[in-house]
Design a protein around this ligand. Structure first.
Ligand SMILES: *[C@@H]1O[C@H](CO)[C@@H](O)[C@H](O)[C@H]1NC(C)=O
Ligand SMILES: *[C@@H]1O[C@H](CO)[C@@H](O)[C@H](O)[C@H]1NC(C)=O
Ligand SMILES: *[C@@H]1O[C@H](CO)[C@@H](O)[C@H](O)[C@H]1NC(C)=O
Ligand SMILES: *[C@@H]1O[C@H](CO)[C@@H](O)[C@H](O)[C@H]1NC(C)=O
Length: 407
């Protein structure tokens, strides 16, 4: 009955009475549907796989975190969830600053101690990388390194909770108006800060379990506690964050150009190593000494544009250093020591720069035993001394240009 009915129905639809035509149409419809179903199943299978591997990697991250927290016992930094981070920072109300890797907010823990919470920018690293970095940061423990109190890892939301440094970054304190012959920080404090940073860097390079190279030493990344004891911050993150900034913007906008070792920009000058941090350290200490940027295009006289060369000439000719705010012989000695050490640090050839251990020894040692370091030139060819500031300016320009070419 039924098939007959269907046939009659179909013959009504296909009035041609041509059932072969009908079966051809039906056949192709069924084939199409079959293919679609197959594709559909296939797709489900693929997304199922994706789903599985997603959960597997999540589980893997989870295992890593658990293992990490277990291995470190009471020393492990505390893990906070995102709602706790929100609570600590009072819903991200108090913005302290913005670094290359994210925004830093002030906050306080339940027990009342103040913290700085760095909420990291979008990360493309896996959770495992993040945990590895947290682990390596949390393994460091030194008075001159900012210590990590806790971290947050919740999906893509990641944050690091650091101890709070009430006096902020060194950057605020070192650049002076030349017209007023006073300094915000006296020479003994400046010397103590320079020595503290050297100790911290030496520890990173040598003292902790895995060698850590910072690559972004600059006044902005040196924080000061209530006694102006310096603490190095912002290391270990470079690997984690999406590199949004190109070298050029790094050189330009963030004002980092003055601190980047030449071999980082021009690879043929030598390998990048811990000596690159030594260079940045030297440039930074020179700025502390000068109370000014090392390259100051607005200087009164061209010979003053590039501060290291101006200083070098004075040392070489045994003239007064004419630095701001020196009151007595002791302060003069602090200043001269800092100058001599940093001129050694900014040698163009990484091999000629001292290690941080040597820097510490020199800073604590006797001034008389120090020799005048060679002039920190980029072009060490037999070029006779043209105007050195012009050469240095050319260096800055060539650094920018080669960065452009590298891109
Ligand atoms: C976050 O942690 C706190 C304390 O451990 C807990 O009370 C809260 O339920 C957690 N929140 C979420 C969203 O997991
Ligand atoms: C508060 O807790 C943090 C982390 O648990 C700890 O590092 C800090 O020493 C505590 N502060 C005080 C005042 O107990
Ligand atoms: C992160 O992004 C950079 C460049 O965009 C890429 O080279 C790197 O492999 C990525 N890392 C991961 C873990 O995906
Ligand atoms: C440095 O920190 C201490 C302690 O918080 C504070 O009393 C002092 O005013 C700060 N100094 C400056 C110059 O901000």
């Amino acid at each position: 009955m039924c098939p007959l009915k269907v046939t009659s129905l179909l013959t009504n639809i296909f009035p041609v009475h041509d059932l072969t035509c009908f079966s051809a149409v039906a056949g192709s419809i069924f084939t199409c549907a079959g293919i679609l179903i197959l594709l559909f199943c296939f797709k489900i299978k693929i997304s199922w796989h994706k789903c599985l591997s997603f959960w597997e990697s999540k589980a893997e991250d989870h295992r890593k975190i658990e293992a990490f927290l277990n291995n470190h016992g009471s020393y492990a930094p505390k893990r906070y969830n995102y709602s706790e981070v929100k609570k600590i920072t009072s819903c991200f109300k108090n913005k302290l600053g913005q670094g290359g890797f994210g925004i830093v907010y002030g906050g306080s823990l339940d027990n009342g101690s103040q913290v700085a919470v760095k909420v990291l920018n979008e990360l493309n690293g896996s959770g495992e990388e993040f945990i590895n970095e947290v682990e390596s940061i949390s393994r460091t423990s030194h008075v001159n390194i900012v210590s990590l109190v806790g971290f947050c890892f919740e999906g893509r939301k990641r944050a690091l909770v650091y101890e709070f440094m009430p006096n902020g970054s060194l950057e605020k304190f070192i650049y002076e108006e030349r017209s007023e012959n006073v300094r915000q920080l006296g020479w003994p404090v400046l010397y103590k800060i320079a020595l503290g940073i050297a100790r911290g860097l030496e520890y990173l390079h040598r003292g902790c379990i895995t060698r850590i190279l910072h690559f972004d030493i600059k006044p902005h990344n040196i924080l000061l506690d209530e006694d102006f004891c310096p603490k190095i911050s912002d290391f270990g993150l470079a690997k984690l964050c999406v590199k949004k900034e190109s070298i050029v913007s790094m050189l330009g906008a963030r004002g980092t150009i003055g601190y980047i070792a030449p071999e980082i920009v021009c690879r043929n000058l030598g390998g990048v190593s811990h000596k690159s941090d030594v260079y940045s350290y030297g440039m930074m200490v020179l700025e502390m000494v000068g109370g000014r940027k090392n390259v100051d295009a607005g200087a009164d006289r061209t010979s003053e544009i590039y501060f290291p060369h101006w200083l070098y000439r004075r040392i070489e000719q045994d003239e007064e250093l004419q630095l701001i705010g020196i009151m007595n012989e002791e302060e003069k000695e602090y200043a001269k020591k800092m100058v001599m050490v940093s001129l050694c640090c900014i040698q163009t050839d990484p091999l000629n720069r001292p290690s941080m251990t040597k820097v510490m020894e020199m800073s604590e040692g006797n001034l008389d035993s120090m020799q005048i370091p060679p002039k920190p030139y980029l072009y060490t060819s037999s070029r006779t001394e043209v105007d050195s500031s012009a050469v240095e300016l050319a260096y800055s320009l060539s650094a920018v240009l080669s960065a452009v070419i590298l891109l």
